[in-house]
Design a protein around this ligand. Structure first.
Ligand code: GLU
Length: 471
């Protein structure tokens, strides 16, 4: 079967069906899990300059087995119903895998954000939000949006402000959206969360000797050759954390082209170069690839597609030389590409678990907003005083002094970012082990994606089984 007439939701359904065979749920329950529960497609007018533009937008709630629903909002010309449905479904499975108690959702506006001024984007975002409010498609307990491709903290602040003005006095209103600026109720660490989650997840896989042996790689992240496609928020942070972890970023790709240096690229320097020159190309010491997609086919240990869906398909999958593909984007591989990689013994670490760092930290932000207090505020000083007393007693009893650096480390009481990052690290490690265990215990499961789906389906299925079906 060709993947020319590609349906993203169809691809998610195919992955689901393949995994469903390894579960024992009633076919009706499986069908219910798979479908999108509520689909809201809207058109609204916005005055841009002296013209009225009709904007097309969506919000899809894939599952209500847990509420609120959760998922980002995407601004791109490629946004369509099929895509938003697929992304909403992935959110359900993603949340289930990392034990974030939300149903999946996704939103999108079919626009090219680069073509609008900040003022016009604000009008569009606010109008979209008020449409969601009117239909009860947003709220701390119903549906909580977040950033996605083409949106960020700025848009989330506009969403929050629109919500606040239409729901005055609602005490938990800050929790109606996540990914906000820290000064508007956001949480420290949310910006780097998805990239850091990608790193934690892949590091855990790389630390599994049996898995690495099977694909012919040394254990550990150190010295691994990495290619990252996409230097947006997710790609940039993934690359940065890999570099910090001792890996070599040998190629970086963006839509204008790609650059390659076998000795490793400095991610921050490349980022600054692109900001200054407007292009990733001509970075000092690196070789240019005029065709960005060529970078996907270069020799490396780990390939990280971190941009959009459907970039590796039946056409180019055969030429990919990586041993591991870490799906930082949502849906970068088509099912046809998956088949090719299974045959070639390439390990695909799937999107709906690997990029779950974003929604995990969104969950922490939501909890922070509901508790109305910053993480660490209550315990930081207490912990530091306690540690100081323990240290003092130790020194008194032993007659020896602890060195300056060790003292700083032991004394340190947790800041918000420390707690968020350790919560994220734990989440990603537990999820990786759970999926690998499912795969290990069921050797007929063909790949890690299917194992991840089985884990997700079992968790959502359990919710239906225990809660029952409302008559
Ligand atoms: N848009 C991100 C994703 O696809 C984050 C969603 C969220 O934080 O709710 O996972």
């Amino acid at each position: 079967m060709s993947d020319i007439n590609y349906s993203f939701f169809g691809a998610v359904e195919r992955s689901f069906d393949r995994a469903a065979k390894f579960t024992s749920w009633d076919p009706g329950i499986l069908e219910q899990i798979k479908q999108c529960n509520s689909v809201y497609r809207m058109h609204f007018p916005v005055k841009i300059g002296d013209k009225v533009e009709v904007i097309k937008a969506y919000r899809v709630q894939h599952s209500h087995h847990k509420t609120p629903c959760k998922g980002g909002i995407r601004f791109a010309t490629s946004v369509n119903l099929d895509e938003v449905m697929a992304l909403a479904a992935l959110m359900t499975y993603k949340c289930a895998i990392v034990n974030v108690p939300f149903g999946g959702a996704k939103g999108g506006i079919t626009i090219d954000p680069k073509k609008y001024s900040a003022y016009d984007l604000e009008k569009i975002t606010r109008r979209y939000t008020s449409e969601l409010i009117k239909k009860n498609f947003i709220g701390p307990g119903t549906d909580v949006p977040a950033p996605d491709y083409g949106t960020g903290e700025r848009e989330m602040a506009w969403i929050l402000d629109t919500y606040l003005s239409m729901r005055p006095g609602e005490v938990d209103a800050l929790a109606c959206v996540t990914g906000k600026p820290v000064t508007q109720g956001g949480v420290r660490g949310r910006r780097e969360a998805t990239g850091l989650g990608v790193f934690y997840g892949l590091r855990e896989v790389c630390d599994m000797p049996d898995v690495m042996k099977r694909i012919g790689l040394e254990t550990g992240v150190l010295g691994k050759k990495i290619i990252v496609q996409g230097l947006g928020n997710v790609g940039y942070h993934s690359a940065k954390f890999f570099q910090q972890g001792g890996a070599k970023i040998i190629a970086l790709a963006e839509y204008e082209g790609a650059i390659f240096n076998n000795r490793g690229l400095d991610v921050e320097a490349v980022f600054q170069h692109r900001k200054k020159t407007g292009s990733i190309l001509n970075f000092p010491g690196a070789k240019n690839f005029e065709k960005s997609s060529d970078a996907l086919e270069a020799e490396c240990d780990i390939l990280i597609p971190a941009a959009l869906e459907n970039v590796i398909n039946s056409e180019n999958a055969g030429r990919v030389k990586a041993r591991i593909i870490g799906e930082a984007a949502n849906g970068p591989l088509t099912p046809e590409a998956d088949e090719i990689f299974i045959k070639k013994g390439i390990l695909v670490v799937p999107d709906m678990y690997l990029n779950a760092g974003g929604v995990t930290v969104s969950y922490f932000e939501w909890l922070k907003n509901l508790s109305h207090v910053r993480y660490g505020r209550m315990e930081k000083r207490f912990t530091e005083n306690l540690n100081s007393n323990i240290l003092g007693q130790m020194e008194f009893l032993t007659g020896k002094k602890v060195g300056h650096n060790a003292r700083e480390k032991i004394m340190h009481g947790p800041e918000e970012a420390d707690l968020v990052f350790s919560g994220l690290e734990e989440t990603m490690i537990v999820a990786t082990r759970e999926i690998m265990e499912m795969w290990h215990n069921n050797p007929t499961i063909p790949d890690m994606r299917t194992a991840a789906y089985v884990v997700a389906i079992n968790k959502v299925g359990t919710a239906y089984a225990e809660l029952g079906i409302f008559p």
